[in-house]
Design a protein around this ligand. Structure first.
Ligand code: PRT
Ligand code: ZN
Length: 212
């Protein structure tokens, strides 16, 4: 089958965005038959298929063209944007709301971004944090961790954190207080800046209209 005849949408396989993403597509009238390995879902009502993947893989899959659209947190899309990939946010989707925020232990003072000067800040979002520090003109050390960022201050491996927050309960449980928002986020529909010039163009437009 010609790749150009069917639209391929990447969604998170499991995690916070997995179910709401599938619910949104179901509301758009799409029905799927899942492959045995549960990684591929064949579109039965329209020539639109799903790939179930790690959210971190979605920006790259869009950039290389192995998927046409993806549902991913704006935070992931922005973190992986090195300025060269032709991948853009097409629509904010209104679920998965959170914010990338700076949080400090209770005993550290906060008088604006300048308070971060000289601190070690743990994060999984070095690019977004780096941009924030640069635009504030603050020199701090970025400590990259892939998980359990919020315990870094208690372990002594960082002074502060820059992590995703929704309710704030995780920060509170780790005796951290949120002091600044680096980037608000939610789930977004992402795709290549230039839509493919084949049957997928119309499918993509149709899906965007149905999401509206
Ligand atoms: O396995 P895979 O790599 O696909 O998933 P993942 O583990 O990387 O991502 P996942 O499922 O945790 O999150 C997917 C997306 O959901 C994120 O990229 C965000 O866009 C969005 N999102 C919304 C969140 C949260 N809310 C959130 N609260 N992602 C993470 N959190 C974390 C937060 O950092 C904290 O540690 O959840 C914890 C609880 O948050 P509080 O503030 O409610 O306590
Ligand atoms: Zn992930």
């Amino acid at each position: 089958m010609n790749r150009a005849d069917r639209l391929r949408v990447a969604v998170q396989k499991s995690g916070r965005l997995a179910q709401p993403s599938q619910d949104l597509l179901a509301e758009c009238g799409l029905r799927f038959r899942q492959s045995r390995d549960k990684l591929f879902c064949f579109g039965e009502t329209l020539p639109i298929d799903l790939l179930l993947v790690r959210d971190d893989d979605i920006p790259r899959m869009l950039a290389e063209g192995s998927c046409d659209l993806g549902i991913v947190g704006r935070n992931v899309l922005a973190e992986q944007d090195d300025g060269t990939a032709p991948v853009v946010e097409l629509r904010a989707l209104g679920f998965g709301a959170c914010r990338l925020a700076i949080a400090l232990p209770q005993d550290l003072p906060w008088n604006g971004a300048a308070s971060l000067a000289g601190l070690r800040i743990a994060t999984s979002y070095p690019r977004l944090l780096g941009r924030y520090l640069q635009s504030a003109g603050v020199a701090a050390t970025v400590v990259v961790l892939n998980g359990s960022v919020e315990i870094a201050p208690r372990l002594g491996s960082a002074d502060a954190v820059c992590d995703l927050v929704s309710s704030g309960a995780t920060l509170a449980a780790n005796q951290l207080r949120e002091v600044a928002v680096v980037a608000p986020s939610e789930a977004v529909l992402a795709g290549s800046a230039a839509a493919p010039l084949d049957a997928r163009t119309e499918l993509r437009e149709m899906l965007l209209r149905r999401i509206e």
